[in-house]
Design a protein around this ligand. Structure first.
Ligand SMILES: [Zn+2]
Length: 397
């Protein structure tokens, strides 16, 4: 409920939320199948059209499988659930007042599902709330879970803040352990990026940067643990290092991926207009049970983080170009890698080159090339940190 309380305070500040309750517009609402079921129940999307945005939560419960959506300050009026377009797709829908100002919608599901995403898109005249459900095997059904947050960081005890301390960079050599990554000519990606990361760590430490690693050796680290490590260290910057096999038809050379925010950018910016951004995630319980709320918070935080990730990507390309390092013709690209999803830590994924490409592989194995690349990345981190300090008025040593 901590998260719920947090968002409540946020949304109460919205001018659009007066004393008037948000009303459900049944005509603009629907339950729709968004794909085929392939012999089982289909993916579903619950679309609720409200006259104003409201704090809400969405979660699943079992026995039988049900989707529960709680809405604060929403008036469901005299609308009857059986009149909702698409109500016939599921065994039953019920709704009514829950407690206090809360209303509850319960959708009995035709099988086990998970919440793929949940979000709210406030517009001028109405606010659309959408919950996307994907059917899963019975064994994968996780009622009252954080399915919508899969791959996102756990709440962890944070190191104490050090506002004037050194720049903290979390280096993330990809793969490791039973996951060697891409393989070519007897070399493994996991090993090549670890060698590079250790050299980069040493170079950064020489410059007074607090450089840490998500793995120090050939061990397996889950993706969410990599993000959690960055969060725990209060990292200023997260750099994931890879050297994957060259995708069909793609040019070789270093490539930088930053998170692709296209889908949720508009909604997030709209909400962020009304709030400070960095303080939103401070202390937020990201694995609370109010998955949908957490999702909205993430998007809002990312509107602040995204340009800082992109700025670091530009620093990287400019330093690599100055050093004459081989780059992909379009060196900065949008990506949807899980490790780029930290809401409040600028993050990039750097493909140092492609292990399957002869020249790139030779570069990765060449200590002189690595030294040039290490210097380019370390210079970029330093330049980026200066820009950040100028932006925030925060001085570093
Ligand atoms: Zn990789």
């Amino acid at each position: 409920m901590r998260m719920l309380a947090l968002v409540l305070t946020l949304l109460l500040g919205l001018p659009v939320l007066g004393n008037e309750p948000a009303r459900l517009d049944l005509g603009g609402s629907a339950l729709v199948a968004t794909g085929r079921g392939w012999g089982g129940p289909p993916p579903l999307e619950l679309r609720l059209s409200l006259t104003a945005p409201v704090p809400f939560g969405a979660f699943l419960v079992g026995d039988p499988a049900r989707l529960v959506v709680d809405l604060e300050g929403a008036d469901l009026g005299a609308a009857r659930p059986e009149d909702l377009f698409g109500a016939n797709l599921v065994p039953a829908i019920r709704w009514g007042r829950h407690e206090g100002r809360w209303s509850r919608i319960v959708v009995e599901l035709p099988g086990p599902y998970r919440i793929d995403s949940a979000g709210q898109w406030p517009g001028a005249q109405s606010s659309d709330l959408r919950v996307r459900l994907r059917p899963v095997a019975a064994a994968d059904f996780a009622p009252r879970s954080s399915a919508a947050l899969r791959g996102l960081p756990d709440p962890v005890p944070l190191d104490p803040p050090a506002p004037d301390g050194p720049l903290t960079v979390m280096l993330d050599p990809g793969h490791g352990g039973f996951d060697p990554g891409a393989l070519a000519e007897g070399e493994s990606e996991a090993n090549l990026v670890l060698v590079f990361a250790l050299e980069l760590q040493a170079a950064l430490r020489d410059r007074g940067v607090d450089a840490r690693m998500t793995r120090q050796d050939d061990s397996f680290v889950a993706l969410d643990q990599r993000m959690t490590a960055a969060r725990q260290a209060r990292a200023d910057l997260f750099i994931s290092l890879h050297a994957d096999a060259l995708p069909e038809g793609q040019a070789a050379g270093a490539t930088i991926y930053v998170w692709n925010p296209a889908a949720d950018r508009r909604a997030a910016e709209q909400l962020a207009l009304h709030h400070g951004r960095r303080d939103l995630v401070a202390g937020a319980d990201l694995t609370g049970q109010d998955d949908a709320l957490a999702g909205v918070l993430m998007d809002m935080a990312r509107t602040d983080t995204q340009p800082r990730s992109e700025l670091f990507a530009r620093w990287l390309t400019s330093r690599m170009a100055l050093s004459g390092l081989d780059m992909h013709p379009r060196p900065v690209q949008p990506g949807t890698y899980v490790v780029l999803k930290s809401p409040d830590i600028p993050s990039v994924l750097l493909e140092l080159g492609f292990i399957s490409d002869h020249d790139d592989r030779a570069n990765l194995l060449n200590p002189a090339w690595r030294e040039r690349m290490v210097r380019a990345v370390a210079d970029a981190a330093a330049g980026w940190a200066r820009d950040e300090a100028a932006r925030t008025g925060r001085l570093r040593q």
